[in-house]
Design a protein around this ligand. Structure first.
Ligand SMILES: [Zn+2]
Length: 137
């Protein structure tokens, strides 16, 4: 889970709190940051969901705290990985991703068999979020 910064230093990934509009706290957002020049950027895999979330909040959001890991599978997995191991490393995260995909596929079958369309769509969305992620290790 490392990325090279434009300054040549290795950026590290951390779950951080993003403050939007000075009012909304979004916790557990995976962000790459550079220890050398303090540059930071949101993990590309979660960017569409973060920008989508901010879009939904609009320009005059109410004061609130959101947990990004409840909205994004990738953030949830990284949170799980960092809880069990201090620094999530590539293979460990990959293993958790694989396990999560397996259990989501099982749920998808179950949702299909009981005919719960809303549930099935929710699981499909989660799977799409995971399949978007590619690990650079
Ligand atoms: Zn840098």
């Amino acid at each position: 889970m490392h990325k090279t910064c434009t300054c040549g230093q290795t950026m590290t990934m951390k779950l951080r709190t993003v403050i939007y509009s000075g009012k909304v706290e979004i916790d557990n957002v995976p962000i790459y940051s550079c220890p050398s020049c303090s540059r930071s950027e949101v993990l590309p895999e979660v960017k569409p969901d973060l920008t989508g979330l901010i879009g939904q909040l609009g320009e005059e959001p109410a004061k609130q705290t959101l947990l990004f890991n409840e909205l994004n599978e990738w953030a949830d997995l990284l949170l799980e990985a960092s809880a069990s191991r201090k620094t999530p490393s590539g293979p460990a995260v990959q293993q958790i991703v694989d396990e999560r995909i397996d259990s989501l596929l099982e749920l998808l079958l179950l949702a299909g068999s009981v005919g719960d369309e809303a549930w099935r769509q929710d699981i499909e969305k989660r799977l799409a979020q995971l399949s978007r992620c590619t690990l650079h290790t």
